[in-house]
Design a binder for this molecule. Sequence first.
Ligand code: IVH
Length: 672
Amino acid sequence: MTVATREGYLALCQELIEHDRRYYVEAAPTISDVEYDRMTVRLRELEAAHPDWVVPWSPTRRVGHEPVGAFAKVVRERPMLSLDNTYDEDDLRAFHDRVVKGLDGEAPSFSIEPKIDGFGIELTYQAGELTLAATRGDGTIGEDVTTNVRTIRAIPTRLREPVDIVVRGEIYMAKEVFLRINAERVAAGEEPWKNPRNLAAGSIKLLDPRDVAKRPMSAILYEVVDGERYANGHLASLELIRNLGIPTSTDNARAEGWDALAAAVQSWADRRDALPYELDGLVVKVDDFGQRRALGTTSKFPRWAIAYKFPARQVTTLVKEIELNVGRTGAVTPVAILEPVEVSGTTVQRVSLHNWDQVARLDIGDGDRVLIEKAGEIIPQVLGVTERAATPRWTAPAVCPSCGAALEKEADKVVLACSNRLGCPAQRLAAIEFFAARGLMNIDGLGERIVAQLVEAGLVGDVADLFDLTAAQLEGLDRFAAQSARNLVASIQQAREKATFSRLLAALGIAHVGGVVARPIAGKFGSLSKLLAAADATTSDELVAQLTEIEGIGEVIARAVDRFVRDPHARAVMDKLIARGVDPVEPVAAPATGPLAGKTLVVTGTLSKPRGEVQAAIEAAGGKVGGSVTKKTDYLVAGADTGKTKLDAAAKHGVAVIDEAALAALLAGDAT
Ligand code: IVH
């Protein structure tokens, strides 16, 4: 397929939409992210070269660049009704019986669907193209949020067939995304969003589509307007839109008769938490469109459907006290200790209040009654105080509860932190725990409780002391039998042997230095002793300059590393580690293998396959793909209509020019 024609361009758009469908609707992608990105790059190149080719449904046009001033109103002919609610099996039985009676004793087939707690939306497709996305509004009048909805990649901008169809559903934010956005808000000192629904609703109403695109949302469609035009039954109509490329729930079920309906609803009891989105219940609908018509609607609700709401997940309980938790970085976090209470299936007795601004906002004190719920059904949070006790209100402490050192507030941050670093017992404990963690030094069997025990017994004061532990010392402690003592010592020794410098560096807990940042730093310096030697031989500014030379390392990270290696306490611990043989090297990445290992190729002109595919094949064979022809280039792969500039550059640098057939031979390992 050549893509330097308009037909090729359109085919590439279509192909990318098909990959979106496989990814977002079927959850079964057939190409890698890298290949997908390459195809997108190619599409952008084509659009830049041929602006007159661009179609509005192109995958590159999802995010518009113009903020809107306000959303236009949309008046709909068929109002978006809401649903009557039921809360228990008796109510559901009453609904079932009403339906059967309304159908003169006919037993209907029901669909049972998750009731996603998101934001209602109606999508209009004309000749297969998305032309309107409107909010529910008051049911009849909604708002045109098309530009924002286009940023949601689960929603196709073009269907697989050029049909006219209107579908309704829910836009939602996955629990995981919700928790991440909230964590960022809390870190920035802002009030967290109460639930994914509010966040999704707030996001879809942002005026600038570029801001909307930063809040990844998804969608599930659950009704086809005038469904009887497309199918006899509701579930069949959903299958039809799914085949057109529209995301529908894969959890919809069918039930005939009361027993099957009750069993289907029951089966949801434990599945709720496993879904990636928040669920506030189920929707039970009559499947057959003829039966739906016979049942009709009241002024507010259809008589053929009902929402079955799950039990509330908000509960109240008493605050026993507020604990001050000192973390690894010294941050002093307020944690409410609660009278234990069941929420969403687990017992909650501690809930983080995040920071002291939040404590002030809540105006909270010991003995208060508070309303709690699990945000995204995972992390419990306090929504507010429902009854205040006659006790003093909590305010931010002035000194560290562990060591008594003064607390400091970092500029523009809401976090209060103990300034005593590893001189603070609580930070030391957290640092040792962190050092041993999975993915860092990987010391099996060294959890929070054991670390506390070792520190209390005076056996361990810093991470280096771990490497002096003997089985005989451990056996003297509570809960340590001879075997478990030997196991812990063995896993500590093993951690020393298996460590790499980058994991050690990340395990030291330097601010801003996680696993990803540690790798290039470790690659440059080679080992901890070499990094310290470099620090000894330089001033702070010189070391920072060396660090910022590394790709991906900026001033903030460099300063944090410099500060850490020059901190006397940290330095003493690092010297102790090295003295105990904990000074691993960083393995050098294995050189690429394959017939093109060590070769750089530039690909240009029109080839028989998309360029991304050719480039991927070169990389799979160990080669590197360059953007321009330089003296480092080994081959120029020239397709039809290769430009003169590239050929001249190849001649100038003595680069071999080869065609696709010659490339195929190289890829197959035949030397040329
Ligand atoms: S059917 C007339 N199906 O719940 C049929 N609604 O309380 C109306 N919802 O406004 C909607 N999941 O925003 C239907 N599978 C589902 C749903 C669902 C969530 C929302 C929807 C609706 C509200 C009704």
